[in-house]
Write a protein that binds this ligand. Structure first.
Ligand code: ADP
Length: 657
């Protein structure tokens, strides 16, 4: 998924617009500097710079009675600063004062901590009892601001403040807005004429209808009079709906690239913060900025982050903040009048869970549906992504496209990139077809793990298991055609049968049942050969059980239950603890699912027993070669009769002629 571009070069060069978009100095820098200075001062005053502290006894015997003391200054009634006479400083006992990096010249040269002032005065009096009054050491009382003490007080607070700042910086999305106190402002990235995205409609392959519709939007903004003079209202909100990776964000970026108007780009999750009210105020700010810059486009990616239905039964958590944000969004969408020149685009892959209020006329009333690409569209998308690669002559885009049914644009982009990486790993100068095929396998099945250690017994079980899938699906009419079987571990699986899925919109009951039988083929083969079963069929069994439940409870394909569906497209039941059917119905469903799976299991068992020889020879070949391709499968099991519905139809048509 393309996120906002965070490249520095994309920042507006001479942006006069919103202040929050401009560069700022990092506040953290100053905190670290100040903290460092405080610590340095404290350390310096304590341990280096400053007079040495001495005891009263040392003071009395070494200095006072020797008549070395020039004066005493009592600071804040707690510390006495001792000044030594200048002519005595050369005495060897004051050696330390000469060496030390201190203000030894003028003093104070030593300090004494005095307990109480009366006590100190008394001790001084007693010590000088025999001294004539002119020679007595003068004492001065001074009140001073003690900076060291103050700093000691400030330090803990400074540390707490610093810590808080760091925490707040993190919480406001890592200081994305640049300024700590700007976190109620929108985090949208704005692109203007100068900084517009480099993606154009040429980079978006296929999606013809969607492109035409979205180009119209750009036209609304560029030539509004063209529409308004006829009394038409320019739409306010356009929702791009489609599965992940079908190019919703790409299309919006292309609009940004083509439209010569400011484009505000942000993701729905950017409204959602920990603090109450932040989301709503960000929405307000976003619309304010967009209105200031009309004509303009706002694009909210993943709008479901804020736009989830408000009345979905959720017992365990309430999300008031998200609701506030959504309410604000609805209010803003209503707030600006028609033809104000702001168009809001939004993208989601879960239109079903969006709040109905968001989709009503006057808000996001235009919906553009993006589907997974067809074979022709995949060819176009391959062309776009192969363009920047250094490709070899053997590249056959038609074949690649045929081998990737059900792939999204993002998957195809991924294959192209992966192919280039594989070619680079092989130290090739160009990317070959073979690299693309490997990349495809890797994306579908995960990384090959040839070094994964499996014992020969395990290898045998895996080979029989995969051969079971292969033989069963080869002889079942409604299963997709098999391309190859492999027992090389990939990702989490230990072996796999590779099919070429047909591109179809609906699945018939016979297709479902054949599919279940083919999936059970692995487990059945294990039982037939070893008389024992392993845990290796977990994924298969999970898939089969889910498929059987959806056949019975959702698609109404079971005779006993009849044409009833408990599917809930609004997703409201998802979080509810109670099932939408009675206990009696629950038991019936369970029974039917059980019957369906066990009868399919028996059917598969019979099928594999009938073709046991094929199962044995395919297993031997698998153990020997690890990967068995289609032509070898044909050699063992003969040509597949009618591998798909379409082929069967074509076959029947031919027979008619
Ligand atoms: P989403 O629909 O999830 O927003 P994106 O727009 O983020 O999907 O698509 C992800 C990537 O897939 C794009 O950056 C692009 O490389 C590729 N892609 C998807 N659809 C297309 C397309 N129609 N043409 C070219 N590339 C596409």
């Amino acid at each position: 998924m393309l996120r906002q571009n965070k490249k520095k070069s994309e920042k507006p060069a001479n942006q006069k617009g919103p202040v929050y978009l401009q560069n700022r100095r990092k506040p953290m820098f100053w905190f670290y500097t100040i903290l460092f200075i405080i610590l340095a001062i404290l350390l310096f005053t304590r341990y280096g710079y400053g007079p040495r502290e001495i005891s009263w006894l040392e003071f009395e015997q070494e200095m006072l009675t020797q008549n070395d003391v020039e004066k005493i200054e009592v600071i804040n009634q707690s510390v006495a600063n001792i000044y030594i006479k200048q002519d005595r400083l050369s005495n060897s006992k004051y050696q330390e004062l000469q060496n030390k990096f201190t203000r030894s010249g003028s003093g104070p040269h030593y300090i004494i901590q005095i307990g109480s002032i009366e006590n100190f005065e008394k001790k001084l009096e007693d010590a000088q009892i025999n001294t004539v009054s002119e020679d007595k050491v003068p004492v001065r009382y001074v009140n001073q601001i003690d900076w060291t003490n103050i700093l000691y007080w400030i330090l803990p607070f400074a540390l707490i403040f610093l810590f808080w700042m760091i925490l707040l910086g993190r919480m406001t999305s890592k200081g994305r807005t640049g300024n700590l106190f700007n976190f109620t402002k929108t985090t949208a990235k704005i692109t203007t004429k100068e900084t517009k995205s480099k993606i154009t409609f040429d980079d978006v392959a296929g999606l013809k209808e969607a492109k035409t519709e979205i180009m119209e939007i750009v036209d609304f903004l560029k030539n509004p009079e063209h529409y308004t003079k006829l009394g038409a209202k320019i739409p306010r909100g356009v929702m791009l709906v489609g599965p992940p990776g079908t190019g919703k964000t790409l299309l919006a970026k292309a609009v940004a690239g083509e439209a010569k108007v400011p484009f505000f780009f942000l993701s729905g999750s950017e409204f959602v913060e920990m603090f109450v009210g932040v989301g709503a105020s960000r929405v307000r700010d976003l619309f304010k900025k967009a209105k200031e810059n009309t004509p303009s486009i706002i694009f909210i990616d993943e709008i479901d982050a804020v736009g989830r239905s408000r009345n979905r039964g959720n017992f365990f958590q309430s999300n008031d903040e998200r609701e506030n944000t959504l309410n604000q969004l609805l209010a803003e969408l209503d707030g600006f009048g028609v033809n104000t020149g702001v168009i809001v685009l939004a993208a989601t892959n879960r239109a079903d869970i969006l709040d109905k209020a968001l989709l009503r006329p006057g808000r996001f009333d235009r919906h553009i549906y993006l589907e997974l690409p067809s074979k022709e569209e995949r060819i176009e998308i391959f062309k776009v992504h192969i363009r920047p690669l250094k490709k070899a002559k053997d590249i056959n885009i038609d074949e690649l496209s045929a081998l990737c049914p059900g792939f999204s644009g993002a998957d195809i982009a991924n294959i192209c990139n992966e192919a280039a990486l594989i070619a680079a790993r092989k130290k090739r100068n160009q990317v070959h077809q073979e690299d693309f095929l490997m990349a495809r396998d890797r994306i579908v099945g995960g990384l090959e793990r040839k070094n994964k250690i499996t014992s020969s017994k395990e290898k045998e079980i895996i080979a029989y298991h995969e051969a079971g899938h292969a033989v069963a699906s080869w002889h079942l009419r409604h299963v997709d055609s098999l391309m190859k079987v492999s027992i090389i571990p990939r990702g989490k699986s230990l072996g796999s049968a590779w099919y070429l899925p047909e591109e179809r919109q609906i699945v018939t009951k016979s297709q479902f049942i054949d599919q279940i039988c083919a999936t059970l083929g692995g487990r059945v083969a294990e039982e037939i050969i070893f008389g024992d079963v392993s845990s290796g069929a977990l994924d298969d069994l999970e898939k089969v059980t889910k498929q059987a439940y959806s056949m019975v409870a959702y698609f109404g394909l079971d005779k006993e239950i009849g044409p009833i569906s408990f599917y809930d497209s609004t997703g409201k039941n998802e979080q509810q603890l109670v099932k939408p059917y009675s206990e009696d119905m629950a038991q019936k469903i369970d029974k039917e699912v059980h019957n369906l799976i066990t009868s399919s299991y028996e059917r598969t068992k019979k099928l594999l027993l009938d073709h046991r020889e094929e199962l044995e020879s395919l297993t031997q070949l698998l153990i020997e070669k690890e990967v068995v391709e289609k032509h070898e499968l044909e050699r063992i099991m003969g040509k597949r009769k009618k591998s798909s519905y379409r082929e069967e139809k074509q076959h029947k048509e031919k027979q008619h002629q």
